[in-house]
Design a protein around this ligand. Structure first.
Ligand code: PXG
Length: 466
């Protein structure tokens, strides 16, 4: 692929002068100029200088069917010509929004007494979690328990960047800048075995203990005041933190014991990322609300929403009256048409089954080989998401001092060598498109070995490790 002739410096100058980027130190970016991404195909992106990079992050955890799918562009064009927009507020609907809602209801597995027949639409994960807060509180109000207000999230969880989303999340840097969390949102520790397990503690035992932090918090607050618990099946932005197998079933036992609602934030994990349409199925729990966004359209156009389980839907529908909440773009016809085309591709190419039975296990096998690298403390995968920790000393799991920014150094080697991999502190993470082939996984692994070797050489040269 060739990149069209683009004046990189001109774009960078406009960018620096006018575009305030998300989660960015503006001043710092202006000193170097943003990388200009101009085109993409399959699992690769190109920048304005013609450099090709293997995008092992699927954009930002979303391009599950890969880049360059004409079908998705065609679906958008056809819908734009037919009906580019109409609202769903005043007792109106549109064909793609209704069709997609029925499709999602058919894809979301029923577990035990929980089924998912209803969808509430938004345009992003953050908005969807705001909708969750509204629905959770409305539910308890309607049941005559308005004192149930507190929602419990987790430290290092990520649920978006709006006031409610950032509050539900447990990112200290975000809380510090916005007087957050907003009232009645609190957090428990994350189930991060590598960092939090006691010496000799098994993963299973740790999972039970970590879930127990929820029960402690519920008792501390008073069960009659707790409305819901929210968590990502696997924490994505927090660094691909994969919980022990025992964790979610124990969380389920605890929320059931106190009757509180369970919200599964699947903005990253749904639509095949962990080898299932929805990740709650894999982890064996029964959520009441499921947040989705990102891969519902493979990121080609913004769309998000909440799968509303029967427990909540029944109350909202039968006792609710008007729900005073919604967005201009709830059920946007173009976004819903693209989502339908995207799900059709996923079904036709069996991408979900492929992750579960083929490329997921293959990546797991290849990734496990990284454990013997001198820099790697642990390397783990779940479907097509994976993380490894860079450590100073493997045997004692000693981390590098954070000010050395070893993860950022490794990330710089990635970019220089045509690989897009994220650094979350010193955890290096990937989530490639679900279309990735075995040969492309081999290419990815060779790049990962290379950047780890380069980072190791830096660390030794600087005498940061033996
Ligand atoms: N929930 C989860 C689990 C997410 O991963 C959101 C909600 C918010 O979605 P929107 O569409 O409002 O961005 C997300 C988003 C990162 C990173 O650094 C991850 C996300 C967003 C930005 C950066 O890994 N996830």
């Amino acid at each position: 692929m060739t990149t069209t002739s683009i004046n990189t410096q001109h774009i960078q100058a406009m960018d620096s002068a006018h575009f305030l980027h998300p989660f960015t130190d503006f001043k710092d970016l202006n000193t170097r100029g943003a990388r200009v991404i101009t085109e993409a195909k399959d699992i690769y992106v190109w920048d304005s200088e013609g450099r090709r990079m293997l995008d092992a992050m699927s954009g930002l955890w979303c391009v599950n069917v890969g880049y360059g799918r004409k079908e998705l562009a065609d679906a958008a064009q056809a819908q734009m010509m037919q009906l580019p927009y109409y609202n769903s507020f005043f007792q109106t609907t549109n064909v793609p929004a209704a069709t997609l809602a029925a499709k999602l209801a058919s894809l979301a597995p029923t577990v035990g007494d929980r089924s998912f027949e209803h969808v509430f639409y938004s345009s992003s994960g953050s908005e969807s979690n705001d909708s969750n807060v509204r629905m959770v509180r409305r539910y308890w109000d309607l049941l005559g328990q308005p004192e149930r207000k507190v929602i419990i999230g987790r430290v290092n969880g990520y649920h978006g960047s709006t006031m409610a989303g950032a509050s539900l999340g447990g990112m200290s840097g975000m809380h510090a800048q916005g007087d957050l969390p907003i009232p009645n949102i609190t957090h428990i520790e994350q189930p991060y075995y590598f960092e939090k397990a006691l010496p000799g503690e098994s993963s299973d035992a740790f999972g039970i203990r970590a879930a127990g932090w929820l029960e402690q918090k519920i008792l501390e607050i008073g069960p009659e005041k707790v409305a819901a618990f929210i968590g990502e099946p696997v924490q994505g932005a927090g660094g691909v933190i994969i919980p022990p197998d025992t964790y979610w079933p124990e969380i389920q036992r605890i929320v059931d014991k106190y009757g509180i609602l369970l919200v599964s934030d699947e903005v990253i994990c749904a639509f095949g990322r962990v080898g299932h349409w929805f990740a709650y199925e894999k982890f064996g729990y029964k959520p009441d609300l499921v947040t989705f966004a990102k891969a519902i359209t493979s990121g080609y156009i913004p769309l998000g929403g909440v799968m509303v389980g029967n427990r909540v839907a029944k109350v909202l529908i039968e006792q609710g009256g008007e729900f005073n909440h919604g967005y201009t773009y709830s059920g946007h016809p173009v976004a819903c048409a693209v989502a339908l085309a995207n799900l059709e591709i996923m079904e036709r190419e069996n991408l979900v089954g492929r992750v579960r039975d083929d490329v997921g296990p293959y990546l797991a096998q290849q990734f496990a080989g990284l454990s013997s690298h001198p820099l790697v403390g642990v390397a783990e995968t779940c479907g097509l998401m994976a993380g490894l920790v860079l450590v100073k000393d493997k045997a004692s799991k000693t981390p590098f001092p954070s000010e050395l920014e070893v993860g950022m150094r490794c990330r710089a080697h990635c970019f220089a060598n045509g690989l897009i991999m994220r650094a979350v502190g010193d955890r290096m993470i990937i989530a490639p498109p679900l279309t990735i082939t075995h040969a492309q996984i081999d290419e990815l692994m060779a790049l990962i070995h290379k950047v780890l070797d380069l980072t190791l050489a830096d660390a030794r040269a600087a005498a940061w490790m033996d």
